[in-house]
Design a protein around this ligand. Structure first.
Ligand code: FMN
Length: 348
């Protein structure tokens, strides 16, 4: 029996296998709204046989966008617009998920294919917010958030979870990775605050836990909450695996069912050690140290490699029928929607 293609259940949500399509920013929205691009991008991956298909980082507020073209989930209008996408993903047998996010000090940038540089207000940019006025690399310094702004961010995440529920998603993932708002608060390199949200480990993780509790309060008990972390800053004196394990224990107590384990993104010139499955050891340390299942992501490109990783596997995949293509080498099968089923009849 293939591990990768065995079913999984979290709370009362059933997953047909352990292949998850990771959230992937598309920078293709106007005012945070999904459009035909998102429908095709996400729908085609659900048709491809994955167990979970996640919507990209979707901003909880307009100023929480990385670029003016990010997806959003800050209003009921966004919830209505995402509903057909979530419904379509479910109809293909995949679990529809959405990642809710605030870009923090990495907000207000151009699209990657337009250079990705910070945008000045005259170019449609805005003042980015962070825990302190410590800039990310060459970016303009963020404004250190007031306590009121921190409280508002918690409420924005809570409302975003409610809108995600209205839209019909079965999993909500809190984006706590890649140097965005929540990651910048937990890391001692970006958080120099001296109030209740900075300094000690407990203070630095306060916002992450407050957001998680707020989301859990409104997210139904029978549906899972995921949390994405960067397990390390890859920088001396920064956030690291040991602190990640401690945070994950607390996230579990706060009602998180799965930690989506990534790394880096908070320090501009960090030296990441990339290689096949390079983040798998982080996921394994979190599973054994915090007792919480983490999907592994990062350069997992071969089915046999994924089969050996005894945790669900997430990929940012440009290949639409990735799960289906992996069934061959593992000598198993995956239930597909009818047109694709027909196609398998004609493939060697
Ligand atoms: C085009 C693209 C967009 C991405 N957008 C997001 C995102 O919205 N949220 C997130 O947490 N990670 C994002 N990522 C990271 C992926 O989810 C994934 O963790 C990472 O690419 C490592 O997996 P891989 O080696 O299979 O690509 C993105 C990656 C790519 C390639």
């Amino acid at each position: 029996m293939s591990f990768l293609f065995s079913p999984l259940e979290l709370r009362s949500v059933a997953f047909r296998n352990r292949i998850f399509v990771s959230p992937m920013c598309q920078y293709s929205s106007e005012d945070g709204m999904p459009n035909e691009w998102h429908f095709v991008h996400l729908g085609s991956r659900a048709v491809g046989g994955a167990a979970l298909v996640s919507v990209e980082a979707s901003a909880v507020s307009p100023e929480g966008r990385i670029t003016p073209w990010d997806a959003g989930i800050w209003s009921e209008a966004h919830a209505k617009a995402w509903k057909p996408v979530a419904d379509f993903i479910r109809k293909q047998g995949a679990v529809p998920a959405i990642q809710i996010a605030h870009a923090g000090r990495k907000a207000s940038c151009n699209k990657p294919w337009a250079g990705g540089k910070p945008l000045a207000p005259a170019e449609g940019g805005w003042q980015a917010l962070g825990p302190s006025n410590v800039a990310f690399g060459h970016y303009p310094p963020p404004r250190a958030m007031s306590l009121d702004e921190i409280r508002r961010a918690v409420e924005d995440f809570r409302k975003a979870a409610l809108h995600s529920l209205m839209a019909g998603f079965d999993v909500v993932e809190i984006h706590g990775a890649h140097g965005y708002l929540l990651h910048s608060f937990v890391s001692p390199l970006s958080n120099l605050r001296s109030d209740a949200y900075g300094g000690s480990f407990d203070n630095r993780i306060r916002l992450a836990l407050e957001v998680t509790r707020a989301v859990r309060e409104v997210w139904p008990g029978d549906k899972p909450v995921f949390y994405r972390i960067s397990a390390t800053d890859w920088a001396p004196g920064g956030w690291d695996l040991e602190q990640s394990v401690m945070l994950c224990r607390r996230l579990k107590e706060a009602g998180v069912d799965m930690v989506d384990c990534s790394s880096g993104g908070n320090i501009h010139d960090a030296k990441m050690k990339l290689g096949p499955g390079y983040q798998v050891p982080f996921a394994e340390a979190i599973r054994s140290g915090a007792g919480i299942p983490p999907p592994a992501v990062g350069l997992i490109s071969e089915p046999a490699q994924a089969e050996q990783i005894v945790i669900p596997t997430g990929r940012a995949t440009p290949r639409k029928r990735w799960a289906w293509r992996w069934t061959g080498p593992i000598n198993t099968s995956v239930a597909m929607s009818a047109p694709w089923d027909a196609e398998t009849l004609f493939s060697a």
